[in-house]
Design a protein around this ligand. Structure first.
Ligand code: HEM
Length: 442
């Protein structure tokens, strides 16, 4: 095989730090990118090679230009599918292609526009929970907000609060179990024989039962709710058939998982950054005021709030909820003269790409104006991934977050005494101790 070897970190060195890396892999990534360059590997000596990269062109090559040679890793497919089944996020190959083609139209801007009033009323209810002049950890508020918006966009008012709470509890419990399995693979036998896995599989089965009931009720009583469930029930494959009930429920479970934690992380980090930048809050307040004076239509309001959008884009640059994207190359490949052995586990650090001084001026600075209209960052900005597997919910998430942040900042002045923004890098980049103070605006 032609080409040169990727600079390596020895297995011993990697294992020596394994515990620290499991807790927080970011310092290990940063240290070795600094020492070895934009691409390095861990010399395992057995199993598939482990390759880390913060090269945006390589990410673009794997996710977009030569995507056919790069599949999702077993973590995103096999391990997640154990709980969620094979839907958009976890499926590969022809099955994924068929599902993506079928579901994509439900996420077109025009369709989402029809969901905005439902999304907005869920946001207003959740923001009412913030008590003025109090200091709180804001993550749970945004966490519930993100779940409520997905559930209500799917089922409108057909689902009761008790069922929503149960579905949320189960989604989060299954996610926590998956994190435990991935972070402590040596305890898998214990999880299996100790009953934890079975307990969580039973919980997911309970969620499936709740969803089956909701789907069957809707099928019997098609009232034209115009929600996501209607769109998914009406969608047809090329041969004119509809999704099976099992497939539909897999997809719904996946929307819960993919659309919930990512959005709540992004909203929390945005609020944390705003708390440290009162001048940016003022700009959002005045933009929202102008927008509301001009229109009552939510889609028009969103289109008007261009600065709020830039704030969110900049927050996701510094704190990308999906802070790494992994792939496995099916055949041997080459990038920038480096040999990429067949079946390498590739890990693209979106966190590092988004903070690389080669791509960004003053990368550590929170500066929403870098996303001002006309600025082009697409080749090194990946909060929603890239290529055919780019996030299907990206417009949904952006609209929801613009509505939530413009409303939040119009209601409250946000502040904090804390200097640092704390993070917990797990499967997603999660905020930690997001303690903020909310003061009512007069
Ligand atoms: C700020 C919020 C969000 C972020 C940062 C985000 C990020 C991402 C990223 C990076 C991927 C690609 C992963 C990869 O290529 O390996 C992805 C895929 C996906 N996302 Fe999102 N997401 C967000 C919100 C949502 C929402 C609201 C939904 C649904 C309601 C959603 C549904 C999905 C699905 C189904 C996929 C798999 C798409 C496919 O493979 O065809 N996401 N997301």
């Amino acid at each position: 095989m032609k080409g040169k070897d990727i600079p390596a970190v020895s297995w011993l060195k990697f294992m020596g730090k394994a515990n620290l890396i499991l807790k927080n892999p970011l310092p290990f990534h940063a240290e070795n990118f600094e020492k070895l360059g934009d691409i390095f590997r861990v010399q395992t000596g057995f199993g598939n090679p482990l390759v880390f990269s913060r090269n945006a062109e390589f990410a673009e090559y794997a996710l977009q230009k030569n995507h056919r040679n790069f599949e999702k890793s077993p973590i995103q497919t096999r391990d997640m599918a154990k709980y969620l089944g094979y839907g958009l996020l976890t499926a590969t190959g022809e099955h994924w292609r068929k599902q993506r083609k079928l579901i994509q139209p439900a996420f077109h801007k025009k369709q989402i526009a029809g969901l905005l009033y439902t999304v907005n009323s869920a946001i207003l209810i959740e923001l009412d929970r913030i008590k003025p002049n109090k200091t709180i950890d804001v993550f749970p508020v945004f966490n519930d907000l993100a779940f409520q918006t997905v559930v209500k966009s799917l089922f409108s008012s057909a689902v009761g609060q008790k069922e929503i709470n149960r579905l949320q509890y189960i989604t989060e419990a299954a996610q926590r179990m998956l994190v435990r399995e991935l972070r402590q693979p040596f305890k898998r036998w214990w999880f299996k024989y100790g009953g934890s896995i079975k307990k969580h599989m039973d919980l997911v089965e309970e969620a499936r039962e709740i969803l089956r009931k909701l789907v069957r009720e809707r099928k019997e009583n098609l009232v034209g709710a115009g929600d996501l469930l209607d769109m998914l029930l009406e969608a047809r494959y090329e041969d004119g058939t509809a999704m099976s009930e099992k497939q539909l429920i897999d997809e719904i479970l996946i929307f819960f998982t993919a659309g919930h934690e990512t959005t709540s992380n992004a909203l929390t980090f945005t609020a944390e950054l705003l708390a440290r930048h009162p001048e940016i809050q003022e700009k959002i307040v005045s933009e929202t005021k102008d927008a509301k004076a001009k229109t009552g239509d939510l889609m028009e309001l969103i289109a008007y709030c261009t600065y709020t959008k830039q704030v969110l884009e900049e927050a996701m640059r510094l704190y990308p909820p999906v802070y790494f994207i992994d792939r496995i190359n099916l055949e041997k490949d080459e990038f920038n003269g480096f040999r990429i052995h067949k079946n390498s586990n590739l890990l693209f650090s979106i966190y590092e790409i988004h903070r690389d001084a080669n791509y960004w001026k003053n990368p550590q600075k929170f500066d929403p104006s870098r996303f001002a209209e006309g600025a082009k960052h697409t080749s090194h900005y990946y909060p929603f991934g890239a290529g055919p597997r780019k996030c299907i919910g990206n417009n949904f998430a952006m609209y929801e977050m613009i509505l939530a942040i413009s409303e939040l900042v119009s209601r409250y002045k946000i502040s904090t005494n804390k200097l640092e923004i704390e993070i917990t890098p797990l499967i997603t980049l999660k905020p930690k101790n997001a303690i903020l103070r909310f003061e009512e605006r007069s």
